[in-house]
Design a protein around this ligand. Structure first.
Ligand code: SF4
Length: 319
């Protein structure tokens, strides 16, 4: 483990047995997250990015591989993890509507983790007020119920609840995708401000590449359970290497002329993401790749480092 890294994932695998066959939802991925940074995981629906977050958080037990948090291995699923670890690692889910108990008041929702972890005893209300202020909500919200507030406000309550235990790491699973654009901006600004104030580390999961440009310090791109490219955000957007990254970036809307010049030429996608129970041999992207070569359907490429911190898994770069 390199100094300054809070989370290290090595060869992580999570397979599910289904009636149709084995789904390799996460299939041998490795990456790390540094203290105080946002690592963005991007991919189309079904790429395995949410399963990666759920496995790191212990919702699923890994099929294989290793996860280290603050230098210590995480063993098994959430039931086997010590309470201190659950306090230090939190998660915010995509749908704030279903992640908040409709029968509990906002105060009860935020105070629950304080009670579970025996924090701020006798001062729970004061702490709940402080958390609401931290996320930019009025303290009067404490006596309301989730049904009486909007979707964006619900997500801010979910963020306040995640912050209650003073974690150092938060997994954010598509935290803005269910919200309108103005509320998305408010949530992102709140997350970035809090990160700066508390030196939090984020795993930020989204299918929205434009959003990643403003949020992540480093980005990893997933496809059919595998990581295809990892790079610092500036290189990822200005010097993408993998044909799949280029394909996705070529369809991202940009605002400035400078961004338009840097954008890869429009690459038309060949077909849809294949079924995860019937993954193509060799490079899993080969049926859709405009640069596919003979070797690509026969042999899986290995991940190699092209520049410090910029790795890619493609035969175009495997000599
Ligand atoms: Fe395309 Fe081949 Fe690279 Fe896969 S390995 S992305 S098929 S060029």
């Amino acid at each position: 483990m390199v100094e300054g890294e809070i989370l290290v994932v090595e060869d992580l695998r999570k397979y599910f047995k289904t009636a149709q066959g084995v789904v390799r939802a996460v299939d041998g991925i490795s990456f790390s997250i540094k203290e105080g940074e946002t690592f963005g995981l991007v991919g189309e629906s079904g790429s395995g990015k949410s399963t990666t977050a759920f496995t790191i958080m212990g919702v699923y037990e890994p099929t294989g591989g290793r996860i280290f948090f603050k230098g210590k291995p995480l063993i098994g699923g959430v039931k086997k993890r010590p309470l201190s670890l659950k306090k230090d690692m939190q998660m915010v889910f995509q749908d704030p509507g279903s992640s908040l108990n409709p029968r509990k008041s906002i105060r009860e929702i935020i105070e629950l983790p304080l009670k579970v972890h025996k924090l701020y005893r006798g001062k729970e209300r004061k702490r709940a007020e402080e958390l609401l202020r931290m996320v930019g909500l009025p303290v009067e919200f404490l006596d309301r119920y989730p049904r009486a507030i909007g979707g964006g406000e619900k997500q801010l309550v979910a963020i306040a609840r995640a912050l209650a235990t003073e974690p150092s790491f938060i997994a954010l699973d598509e935290p803005t995708s269910a919200l309108d654009v103005s509320m998305q901006a408010k949530i992102i600004n709140t997350l970035l401000r809090i990160q700066e104030e508390l030196n939090l580390s984020y795993l930020f999961i989204t299918h929205n590449l434009s959003l990643m440009r403003n949020v992540a310090s480093r980005v990893g791109i997933m496809y059919l359970g595998k990581l295809l490219e990892v790079a610092p955000a500036s290189e990822f957007f200005h010097k993408p290497l993998h044909p799949y990254t280029k394909m996705l970036l070529s369809s991202v809307p940009v605002i400035t002329e400078e961004e338009e010049k840097l954008k890869p030429k429009k690459i038309v996608s060949r077909g849809e993401i294949p079924s995860p129970v019937n993954v193509p041999p060799g490079c899993t992207f080969h049926p859709r790749c405009p640069e596919c070569m003979e070797v690509c359907s026969k042999k899986e490429p290995v991940m190699i480092e092209i520049e410090p911190g910029h790795t890619v898994k493609c035969h175009l770069f495997n000599s």
